[in-house]
Ligand binder design. Structure first.
Ligand code: PMP
Length: 423
């Protein structure tokens, strides 16, 4: 029994301010965090955990990096928020535009949800069309149009995945299967002229870690060009995780709009959306599509983001990150094999994830859903007990930071070796 959790539940629904933190999927009670440093979290009892959640992605250079921390402290001394333009917004915008291929103009918001919601509204305003395409298993924040799952047939229109989302809004969302290029072509043949945008995680990280199959992203680019549809890459999770240019830099496939979050704020609440000037200038005050935010472009958050952008441009940053990711992915696969547990690891860039399945390759939502959750839950709790923090649900990718040392990876693998033997 965790008295902090008990107390929290008396005043906060479920004791948490974002549902997955409550451990509902895996059972048991969440650990409460006191502080974090580098690759480690420390809970309210002082226990140390090697962390592969990294605040769900942002802490790519490790927790509490001194450069980010000092930038925040320095900026905070000048005032926390002004609701008026500041130079640092332009500085960060220029930096991000330099790094991410599709960006010509960018607007800052305070979360990934705001970024995707605004990008969708902009795409609809720009094209004058209502329908949008998303993919099963991709998560784009919790705005109404995007909290929609597939209807009964693949090409039927969506149904709300939460009470409170009107069916009349979900109706405009077409949900297709990730990595199924043929289905995308079919959907566009049927309704292409009515589709404002496709929004996609260019590497899916919200159904564990599912990279795009060769040709999938290319097909999205092709149909969008053919039908005058806006292609939106939701790089809230993948941005700055695949090199400074995100998945678009990694693959050379350039979307029309890009959504960013997580790493771009260095751990502070920042999101962004941007793209072609022609589209971005549809946003108020230049254009007719409304979008705004009291704390958008907050100077302290911008300072954290700017410090983070400097860190990711250091020589060898991504080589080291990718090598560490490869090491943990191959290591976990090897210890699972040793224990004779059917298990498949995916990894790409600085994201990785393991699936409790007999399938040697996992590349779509149906396969993810068919994995052995009981085994995952036992594995998760064994790892947590041993001092390794993984996401408390089997549908989440794991992340690597440059702060994870070889010794941290070895320690993780030693713990995993023991846990796999108990499954
Ligand atoms: N898009 C993607 C791909 C995400 O992974 C997330 C959050 N995990 C979001 C959007 C929403 O971001 P936020 O939680 O900051 O609103």
């Amino acid at each position: 029994m965790n008295p902090l959790f008990d107390q929290a539940k008396t005043v906060i629904p479920g004791g948490v301010n974002s549902p997955v933190r409550a451990f509902k999927a895996v059972g048991g009670e969440p650990i409460f965090i006191e502080r974090a440093e580098g690759a480690y979290l420390f809970d309210s009892n002082g226990k140390r955990y090697i962390d592969y959640v990294l605040s769900w992605g942002p802490m790519i250079a490790g927790h509490n990096h001194p450069d980010v921390l000092n930038a925040v402290i320095e900026k905070a001394q000048l005032g926390l928020s002004f609701g008026a333009p500041t130079e640092i917004e332009t500085t960060l915008a220029k930096e991000v535009i330099k790094l991410v291929p599709s960006l010509e103009k960018v607007r800052f918001v305070s979360s990934g949800t705001e970024a995707t919601m605004s990008a969708i509204r902009l795409a609809r305003g720009y094209t004058g069309r209502d329908k949008i395409v998303k993919f099963e298993g991709c998560y784009h924040g919790h705005s109404d149009s995007l909290l929609v799952k597939a209807g009964s047939g693949a090409l039927t229109f969506g149904v709300p995945s939460s009470p409170g989302v009107p069916a009349s809004i979900a109706d405009h969302t077409i949900t297709l299967s990730y990595n199924n290029a043929d289905q995308v072509r079919e959907a566009f043949k049927e309704a292409g002229e009515q589709i404002a945008c496709i929004i996609v995680e260019p590497v899916a990280g919200n159904m564990n870690c599912i990279p795009p199959e060769p040709g999938f992203l290319e097909t999205l680019r092709e149909v969008c060009d053919e039908y005058g549809t806006v292609l939106i890459f939701d790089e809230v999770m993948t941005g700055f995780r695949f090199g400074t240019g995100g998945v678009q830099g990694f693959t050379g496939i350039t979307p029309d709009l890009t959504c960013l979050g997580k790493v771009i704020g260095g751990g502070m609440p920042v999101g962004a959306f941007g793209g072609k000037t022609e589209i971005m200038d549809y946003i108020a005050p230049v254009g007719p599509v409304y979008q705004a935010g009291t704390l958008s472009g907050n100077p302290v958050s911008m300072a954290a983001g700017l410090a983070m952008m400097k860190l990711v441009q250091a020589d060898g940053f991504y080589e080291s990150l990718f090598a560490k990711t490869e090491k943990i992915a191959q290591g976990i696969q090897a210890v699972a094999n040793e224990a004779g547990i059917p298990f498949t690891v995916n990894h790409t860039g600085s994201m990785w994830g393991g699936f409790f399945t007999e399938e040697p390759k996992v590349s779509n939502y149906q396969q993810v859903m068919a994995c052995n959750n009981e085994q995952f839950n036992a594995f998760f709790h064994g790892m947590l007990e041993g001092g390794v923090n993984l996401a408390p649900a089997s549908y989440e990718a794991a992340f690597m930071s440059t702060a994870h040392s070889d010794a941290d990876i070895e320690e993780t693998l030693d713990i995993a070796r023991k846990v796999f033997k108990t499954l």
